[in-house]
Every structure is written in C-alpha cells, then in structure tokens.
Design a protein around this ligand. Sequence first.
Ligand code: ATP
Ligand code: MG
Length: 356
Amino acid sequence: MVRSYAGRRVVDDVSLAVMPGQVTCLLGPSGCGKSTTLRCIAGVDMQDSGEIYLDGELICDTVFRVPPERRSIGLMFQDFALFPHLTVADNVAFGLSGSRAEKRARVAQLLDRVDMAAHIDAHPHELSGGEQQRVALARALAPGPKVMLMDEPFSGLDNRLRDGIRDETLEILKEEGAAVLLVTHEPEEAMRMADEIALMRDGQVVQRGAPYNVYNAPADKAAAAFFSDINVIPGVVHGALTDTPFGQFLAPGVPDGTAVEIVIRPQHLKIDFDREGRGPLPTAKDGVAARGVVQRARFMGKESLVEFRMDHDLSILKATVPNVFLPKPGTAMWLTIRRDRCFVYPEGGVRGWTGG
Ligand SMILES: Nc1ncnc2c1ncn2[C@@H]1O[C@H](COP(=O)(O)OP(=O)(O)OP(=O)(O)O)[C@@H](O)[C@H]1O
Ligand SMILES: [Mg+2]
C-alpha cells in the first residue's frame, strides 16, 4: 500500500497481515506513517495504490471501495471522544443494529466485561479518563468487528492506570477474537501488547517479528536504538575478524576493509573492578576487558546507569546494572562485552550480520 501527500510517500509500500485473535503493533517514531496506514485501512483516507482485504475479500483498491461503516472494522483513537450528550449505555449502543432487547443485552454484556456496569446511566463527563477509555473500548467492540484498529489508545492515561488498562484491554480483545492492529511509538507498549511487532520507519516496515526477536535481533542499528540506548564500537574487518579493544569479533563473509559497527545495549556490558591496573582475564563469552574511567553514575529507579570514558579512544560507553551501583567519578574499572548480545552492522548501512 502506498499513500503520498504532496508527492511525498508517507506510506511507502507497506504490506501487513493481521490474524484473528492476534495483536500486531505498528511501532515507529513520530511521523513515520503509522496513523496514515491505519486511516487507509479504516477507509477514512484512501491509498494511492495497493489493496486491502478482509477475510480474503477485497474491501478497497483504487477503484472499488467499501465505505468505512461497512468494513466490520472497529476504531479506537487517542482522542476516542465519547458522545458527551449520550449516556454510557447509549454510547456503547451507538453502532449497534438489531432489536432494542438485543442491543440492551449486548450493551450490558460489554459493560459488564469492562467493569463499567455500575455506570451504565452516567454521562461521559462524570467518568474518569480510565473509565471513559473502558467505555470507548466497549463501544468499539459492540458491533463485533473482525478487525480493531487502535491508534495510541492509551496515551491519554497516566502511567499507573495505563498498565492495568492495557492488560485488561488485551484480555478482552483476545476473548473477542478480533484481529488487532495497534499503533504506538512506545517500544515498551509494543513489547507488552504485541504478538507481532511491525517496526516502521520513514513510511516503510523495516522489520517484523515477535517482540523477542525484534528486540534481540534488530535489523539494523536504528532498529536496535529504537528499543534502548545503545553503545557503538567501530571496527574494520580483516580476514573475517574485527579487531577491537574488546577482542576480536567474528565477521564471516564480510569483505576485508569493511568498516563495521558493533552495537551493544548498556545492560549487556559487564563491569569489573580494577586489580592493580589489570582487569579480568579474557574469556570466549566476554572477550577481552578494556579499561575506562567513571564519568558519572546515576540511580534510575530499578537500575543504575554508569558512563565510562574509555582509555583506548576516549569514547563514552554506557552500562546499566540492576539496583544501586554508584561508583565515584574518576574510578578506573574494566568493561567486557557479552558476545551473544552484540550486533554487528556495516557502518552506515541498513542490513546487519548477527553478533559474535
Ligand atoms: N492529511 C495530510 N496531509 C498532508 N500530510 C499529512 C497528512 N496526514 C499526515 N501527513 C504527514 O504524513 C506523515 C506521517 O503522518 P502520520 O500521522 O501517519 O504519522 P504517525 O506515524 O502516526 O506519527 P505520530 O506518532 O506522531 O502520530 C507526517 O509527516 C505528516 O505530517
Ligand atoms: Mg499517529
């Protein structure tokens, strides 16, 4: 699917498939084209080329077009605005057809499910943000859509409320068996909610996979950096090996002279103490230790972040450790890199080789 605005391909050949009962998260930075993708699927915007199918049936190409309200697609957007003049019950019943009794039964069932039965006659302004969000979910689910499109639906909620509502929402969505496409720019939210993550950048899906795989085998440096802070150690390949102050890294099949970047997350650096100018002995798993001096150390809540200035090139490397670890600035320490947790990419390139 392609969608351009003023000649710019905002959605650039995106192809997605979402399965019933599964949550796919469209994850990416602001402006990468997530909402536009969703709007085209919903039918409130229209792609310039490409087709959209539901249950194997074409619902939209550039000629044929099922109107949004007949697509069996539920929508929930960030500003999910309930109708202010309608009660909770009437809001949920809004998109329902059938007899009064049928509608009433479905409304009661859903309000019960989202734990809002007690508020059935309330108006939206009498509800908290979290309560309104639950009513909005019930409203979107009421007609039993085959697909639910959710665009940052939790971003208006405060942190503590959000976690609970996310988990609850996920459970209800799974029960209802809808195929869910959820847009977010928060990696934590995607990791928490998704069966599959589609990582989007500049209008393209750059990687798809289970959260574990996307996190642990990022397609390129930017994909790695999207999920956490990263450290980058430069090197040049000679004879299928990259020499670094942290020892040699395998680079099978990479031509001699190729500049590479070894990428490692701060939690996968290991810190060791200085033993009269020496560090720990090299091991196959962690390679060679390199010395650095603590620049600063900060307590972040569940972990501590320590920044080192490395002796060999004066670069800064960041390491996180669980709990409280706050060495004094100026302290010399030794760092090693977990071989199984680093990624090797060609410098400036977009395709990676695996780590090690
Ligand atoms: N109707 C429009 N007319 C012109 N440009 C648009 C229109 N809608 C979106 N854009 C542009 O398309 C790009 C992608 O927008 P989109 O809303 O899809 O991003 P997004 O990934 O949802 O970002 P965010 O996380 O900030 O919501 C942006 O650069 C935006 O300015
Ligand atoms: Mg958006």
